[in-house]
Design a protein around this ligand. Structure first.
Ligand SMILES: [Zn+2]
Length: 171
């Protein structure tokens, strides 16, 4: 199946929105389809103005006719909140390891807008992994002092061994 066929336009949303076909906004531009992540309409797509917020005409029209409901709605909300929590945690962890992750974060948030449930799931896994990695990094930098001492001892033992081997070889 051709993924880029227009009948499937909804499934391959690109960050920042995608072309909507023929729906035009109030500035007569082709509108883009974005995803809502509000409590009432998680994951529901809508048409909007392609211009940046500063000169947007605020055109709004639902792309998906039905409202989200039932367990799908609940799980979308849960996924959204989990992602937000993870993002928050990542922000804190990044600050702790002294990494300015602002650019990265923005990219991720942009990518999150307009992804479907499956993508959200893999995104969450990614976030979890990054959280784990950063936590390990933190543990390492906190334990550096201890590690440093261990390293000195290890290299001292190594030095003695090498010296012994050299001395033996010279014999
Ligand atoms: Zn517009």
């Amino acid at each position: 199946m051709n993924r880029s066929s227009s009948s499937e336009a909804g499934s391959n949303a690109i960050s920042g929105g995608m072309r909507s076909g023929d729906v035009r906004c109030l500035c007569a531009k082709l509108s883009v389809v974005r995803k809502s992540w509000t409590d009432d309409n998680p994951g529901r797509r809508f048409y909007g103005c392609p211009n940046p917020k500063s000169n947007s005409c605020d055109f709004f029209k639902w792309f998906d006719i039905g409202r989200p409901y039932g367990w799908q709605k609940t799980s979308l909300l849960e996924a959204r909140d989990l992602i937000r929590e993870q993002e928050e945690e990542l922000k804190k962890l990044r600050a702790m390891v002294g990494r300015d992750g602002k650019e990265e974060e923005n990219k991720k948030l942009r990518a999150m807008i307009g992804c479907d449930a499956k993508e959200m799931e893999s995104k969450m896994l990614q976030l979890e992994n990054e959280n784990k990695k950063l936590k390990q990094e933190l543990a390492v930098s906190y334990g550096k002092e201890k590690m440093g001492r261990q390293f000195v001892i290890i290299s001292w033992v190594g030095f003695v061994c090498v010296t012994a081997v050299v001395v033996n070889a010279l014999k």
